[in-house]
Design a protein around this ligand. Structure first.
Ligand code: GLP
Length: 241
């Protein structure tokens, strides 16, 4: 794993955006795996700025998001589809029809999971997957204990993940209890992975990834088995290294 150490969140976001812009410019038809949450927001802001200033084009880019809450439709302000539209897609020249997020309001969730996985394969898979990490080591919504063989599947969120994400909702009760998430094996199939880590809340998870064993109890640890991972982490996240 290639580790890039940066000062703070802003520098992490700038570096990540620079990394992504280079990839998109070199491969205009790239398929990107997208993440949500607080971590990539700054990166998306920088991508928008770059698009305005330097006109990097996303016209031929395809994206697949990692996950979505079960029960929320794409126009729900807390859905990840809504997040992606508001924080990135609405502000760049990407074709919305080329952006995929699992449908959390699908009538048949199992079918939605299978269809999503199949679609990903049909589209040739992910070239570069952007990832954040949960403070318990989760990636996507693959919580500790998730099988390394898992594909896109229905997951039950742990209380700690629901609490961590409650800041976006008006109350903890409103945070969905389930989500659709790409599985660990889906994520591992990406040709390249870019993991962003910022802040002291993530320092334990990052230290466990860097120094700990590879185990399903720490989902992120699987990344050590991937041949092409870059981590951009700030000093606070690296404090426990
Ligand atoms: C969320 C998302 C993950 C994200 C992680 C960290 O629950 N499902 O994709 O990477 O938890 O979130 P944040 O970046 O807000 O700390």
């Amino acid at each position: 794993m290639n580790l890039i150490e940066v000062k703070d969140y802003e520098e992490m976001s700038a570096k990540a955006a620079e990394y992504l812009v280079n990839k998109v410019r070199n491969s205009p038809k790239i398929t990107l795996g997208m993440a949500t949450g607080g971590t990539p927001e700054g990166t998306y802001r920088q991508l928008i700025e770059d698009h305005r200033e330097n006109h990097t084009s996303y016209q031929h880019v395809t994206t697949f998001n990692l996950d979505e809450y079960v029960g929320l439709s794409g126009d729900h302000p807390n859905s990840y589809r809504y997040f992606m539209n508001k924080k990135l897609f609405d502000h760049i020249d990407i074709q919305k029809s080329n952006t995929y997020v699992p449908r959390g309001d699908a009538r048949d969730i199992q079918k939605e999971c299978l269809d999503y996985e199949k679609l990903l394969e049909e589209k040739g898979g992910i070239d570069l997957q952007l990832l954040g990490i949960g403070s318990n080591g989760h990636i996507g919504f693959n919580e500790p204990g998730a099988s390394f063989d898992s594909k896109t599947h229905l997951v039950t969120l742990t209380p700690s993940t629901r609490e961590a994400n409650a800041r976006y909702f008006s109350s903890l009760e409103e945070v969905p209890t389930q989500a659709i998430s790409m599985g660990i094996s889906t994520i591992m199939k990406a040709k390249e992975i870019l993991l962003l880590v910022s802040g002291e809340k993530k320092s334990k998870a990052l230290a466990q990834l860097l120094n700990g064993e590879i185990t399903e109890n720490n989902p992120a640890s699987v990344l050590k088995n991937h041949p092409n991972v870059t981590i951009i982490a700030d000093y606070k996240a690296l404090a426990a290294k």
